[in-house]
Design a protein around this ligand. Sequence first.
Ligand SMILES: [Zn+2]
Length: 134
Amino acid sequence: MPRPEIAARLRDHGVQPTPQRLEVAEILLDRPQHLSAEQLLERLRANGSRVSKATVYNTLNLFSECGLVRELSIDPSRKFYDSTTCTHHHFFHVESGRLSDIPHEQIRIMNLPELPAGTEQESVEVLIRIRDKQ
Ligand SMILES: [Zn+2]
């Protein structure tokens, strides 16, 4: 995606496109993918970027707050940022730590429990943990 397009996308979500934010967005929003902050930082470094770790974390928080990416907390030590923001599900390969998408229409959810009083359903996301066969 060309830079002006990325900048426009950031502005559409109310984010001021600073040079550092553009660098992060350029990598993360490039294609459908799931990256942790550490993976993103590695890619930035490989591209010769000098964006600080703190800036990367702050930028990812900002992006997820404004809906540019989706934050996926697989477990407390593994937080991923998903460039696909529409409803979908995931396979999580526990050995490799890799996430892959399952299209929304491939899973049909039935027999959900009654919601607690005074609440409404926002979304249901399925995470299927997988491992290689022994
Ligand atoms: Zn995803």
